[in-house]
Design a binder for this molecule. Structure first.
Ligand SMILES: Nc1ncnc2c1ncn2[C@@H]1O[C@H](COP(=O)(O)OP(=O)(O)O)[C@@H](O)[C@H]1O
Ligand SMILES: [Mg+2]
Length: 296
């Protein structure tokens, strides 16, 4: 048995797609994995993260076929054991990275079958992710969950398993109305279940400072959106933290099409973009500092 670790579960949530949940989950997990032991979970049937962490390019095909049969996150709905896969060497050797890495483990998504499985399981199905993580989270400092754009049973599993929540919001017109609706859903769910959270982080994403709309939405996020969260009965009691906005930059999609973590991509192919890495490091530090302050 390894030494007991922090075991903090952080989830990227928003019922809207394309707001940078997956991108943020991967960059945050990679950032935290520099000095910590991190588990990254692909909890989305779209399996974007599972495509990014291209296991097939690094592990033997027969081994992976066997592994995928037994070890996707789907297994929690059968109440079966899952063994996370150690991807530290994929990053270290496969991506030839010079960015330091301590330990990064990963649980892939099985694709579309995830949603079917969740809906077909009877009884206590909202707590299956939490129960599974309770068994293994103390082996990790941080568990990062990339979630799906919906408010289904799968989403409830994510909500109930998390210690802190991160809501990425794209700084585009019409984002706020949907974001407010999403807050209402979270508020009702945590009211129904009586759950509480240490922190709720709000992260404006894909921000283009040259666009008037983006500027207006960013300012709304900082004011009326935060006020709206604070006004809700249950969510309003959580410590709400506004993170620095992440700009819209092509380096994010470039790294993704190379199937690299952004830190490793910039370090190797695009070293002019180090400002982005500094920003990601700053955001990750804000998150971990806030979490450890709460725990004192
Ligand atoms: N800061 C950013 N700048 C530019 N493109 C981004 C940024 N963040 C994410 N993207 C791109 O936007 C798309 C949606 O991002 P993704 O993380 O998959 O969103 P989600 O998981 O919320 O659906 C992807 O093509 C991704 O590469
Ligand atoms: Mg996604």
């Amino acid at each position: 048995m390894s030494r007991e670790k922090k075991g903090i579960v952080l989830s990227l949530i928003n019922q809207k797609g394309g707001v940078s949940k997956t991108t943020t989950a991967s960059s945050l997990a990679r950032e935290l994995a520099k000095d910590n032991k991190v588990l990254l979970i692909d909890f989305d049937g779209q399996a974007t993260l599972t495509e990014l962490i291209d296991l097939y390019s690094h592990y033997d095909e027969d081994f992976l076929d066997e592994y995928f049969k037994e070890n996707t996150i789907l297994k929690i709905f059968n109440r079966e054991e899952i063994y996370p896969i150690d991807v530290t060497d994929i990053v270290k050797e496969g991506q030839g990275s010079k960015v330091r890495i301590n330990e990064l483990h990963f649980i892939p998504s099985p694709g579309n079958s995830l949603s079917f499985a969740a809906e077909s399981v009877a009884g206590g199905k909202d707590l299956l992710l939490k129960n599974f993580l309770n068994k293994i989270k103390k082996e990790y400092d941080y568990v990062i969950i990339d979630s799906l754009p919906s408010v289904s049973t799968l989403f409830k599993n994510v909500l109930l398993a998390s210690d802190s929540l991160i809501i990425p919001i794209q700084t585009k017109t019409n984002s706020i109305a949907g974001a407010n609706e999403f807050i209402k859903i979270i508020d009702e769910t945590i009211g129904d279940y009586g759950t509480s959270y240490d922190n709720l982080f709000v992260l404006p994403t894909i921000y283009d400072k040259r666009k008037k709309d983006d500027k207006e939405v960013l300012s709304e996020i900082k004011t009326s959106y935060i006020d709206f969260i604070k006004s809700r009965e249950h969510v309003g009691k959580i410590n709400i933290v506004l993170l620095k906005e992440i700009p819209e930059r092509s380096v994010f999609s470039n790294a993704q099409s190379y199937r690299y973590f952004i830190q490793d991509y910039v370090e190797q192919f695009d070293s002019g973009k180090k400002d982005i890495l500094l920003l990601l490091a700053e955001i990750a530090k804000k998150i971990t500092d806030t979490i450890s302050k709460k725990g004192e």
